[in-house]
Design a protein around this ligand. Structure first.
Ligand code: IMP
Length: 427
């Protein structure tokens, strides 16, 4: 079963690296299909820690071809900075493939991201400020610059002119900022041409051919289900398709080639940025989850909002993504609580909702209906089978599986790669 999609079930930062380890499969391709350098994952290989924002995690696996698909927005300055950083540490990045159809995040996208957030004031989204939303807005508005445009100076200039036309009016007249010159942008982008050329190809063809040859392809989603532009808590979302279907539009691989959909779900819930979050804790328990779980953003360093496990969200993620397996992460963070609340439904104005309410207004004032499970105090990081876990932790895992809509196939019990209990083979 060679095509696997890996998504986040909640609001991101579920620990997808753990799921990649749990697969234990030899991956021939790891494909990033959405988002850009708003993502952040820390990968520890051979005692070395690498913080990646844009490059797919496969870049660190010898023999694996990392692919940046057409659904990604690429900040070329960041791309080469990450490549240079890895190369300096002895990582060979020459296998990287970048889709000619991926869109470019230009410096003006970052400027627009920051000024619009400031302008929104209390209504801000809490973006990462990396220009993600404005780059996707240009794509949908049909004024985006694609990677392939960088190889044709005439076209590039035309496209940059088109993209800056309205933006400069907006920047100068509404936001009181300096207009951005076409030449400075074109010159910067042309500066990447020589290094970019060998990595750019029709990644859709390469991936489908790979699948035809029986190769194993992992599609790794950036962000997560509840941040998906269609299926998340709009408008408090990112601007791309972070759910499983996005793997197809964002790579050119058709839906009937996907075999397995794995969702990573944390044993509690976190979110960065603004937007509804029914199980959020504003008390000492929230602080304690943040400290014990080291819940601070990899990309922005922002403290994450923390709360208890939310089963309606997990069920929603199972349905929207067609989840075949959950990987439950960070169970160890819950060690030390006497009782652990699990949200099994919501109360909205006195009415019980077992699913996420249809309207965002209702979701905004949904309060959790909790069931309380017994906690455990033993260190569980050395456990490698379910039976080795304290009885209460076993019951917690089982209870989560019962309310979450798909089987739990692996459980993370500590920060390092091997701190993992594998319950079912996923591939
Ligand atoms: P943007 O993706 O920078 O436009 O930000 C939109 C929303 O998505 C904000 O709430 C961000 O905090 C959130 N977000 C973007 N990337 C990530 C991520 O990798 N993990 C968690 N949240 C993210």
């Amino acid at each position: 079963m060679p095509a696997i999609v890996l998504v986040g079930a909640q609001w991101g930062d579920e620990g997808k690296g753990k799921a990649t380890d749990a697969l234990g499969a030899q991956l021939d391709y790891v494909v990033k299909f959405n988002g850009g350098n708003n993502a952040g994952h820390t990968v520890v290989v051979g005692g070395e820690t690498y913080a990646l924002h844009l490059l797919p995690s496969g870049i660190l696996t010898p023999g694996c071809t990392p692919v940046i698909g057409n659904g990604v927005v690429v900040d070329l300055a960041v791309l080469f900075e990450e490549i240079d950083g890895l190369t300096a540490r002895g990582v060979d990045c020459s296998a990287l493939r970048v889709s000619a159809n991926a869109h470019v995040i230009a410096p003006y996208h970052r400027v627009v991201d920051k000024v619009t957030e400031r302008f929104l004031g209390k209504r801000r989204i809490g973006t990462t400020g990396r220009g993600i939303g404005p780059a996707y807005a240009d794509k949908i508005n049909r004024v985006g610059v694609r990677i392939q445009d960088v190889f044709d100076e005439g076209i590039l200039r035309q496209k940059v002119e088109g993209a800056l036309d309205q933006k400069n009016h907006l920047l100068a007249k509404v936001y009181n900022r300096r207009a951005i010159g076409v030449d400075e942008i074109v010159d910067e982008l042309l500066g990447y041409v020589d290094r970019l050329r060998p990595m750019v190809c029709d990644t859709g063809i390469e991936l489908v051919r790979g699948l035809d040859e029986g190769k194993t392809v992992l599609f790794e989603a950036g962000q997560a289900t509840m941040l998906d532009v269609d299926h998340g808590t709009y408008p408090f979302v990112t601007s791309s398709s972070a759910t499983a279907a996005g793997a197809c539009t964002g790579s050119g691989v058709p839906p009937n080639r996907i075999d397995t959909v794995i969702a990573v779900v944390k044993a509690y819930t976190t979110r960065v940025g603004e937007g509804p979050f029914p199980t959020e804790l504003h008390d000492e328990d929230g602080q304690r989850l943040r400290q014990q779980g080291a819940e601070f953003g990899t990309t922005t360093g922002r403290p994450r909002r923390c709360g208890w496990y939310d089963a309606p969200i997990a069920r929603y993620a199972a349905r929207v993504n067609g989840v075949t397996d959950f990987v439950l992460t960070k169970l160890d963070v819950l060690t030390g609580w006497d009782r652990i609340p699990v949200c099994v439904a919501y109360d909205v104005d006195g009415v019980r909702h077992d699913e996420i309410p249809m309207t965002q207004s209702d979701f905004h004032h949904a309060t959790p209906v909790y069931e309380h499970l017994d906690g455990w105090s033993e260190d569980i990081s050395g456990c490698r089978t379910l039976e080795e876990l304290p009885k209460a932790a076993q019951r917690y895992v089982q209870a989560l599986e019962d309310v979450s809509g798909a089987r739990i196939s692996a459980v993370g019990v500590g920060p390092s790669r091997d701190d993992l209990i594998v319950l079912h083979d996923m591939v």
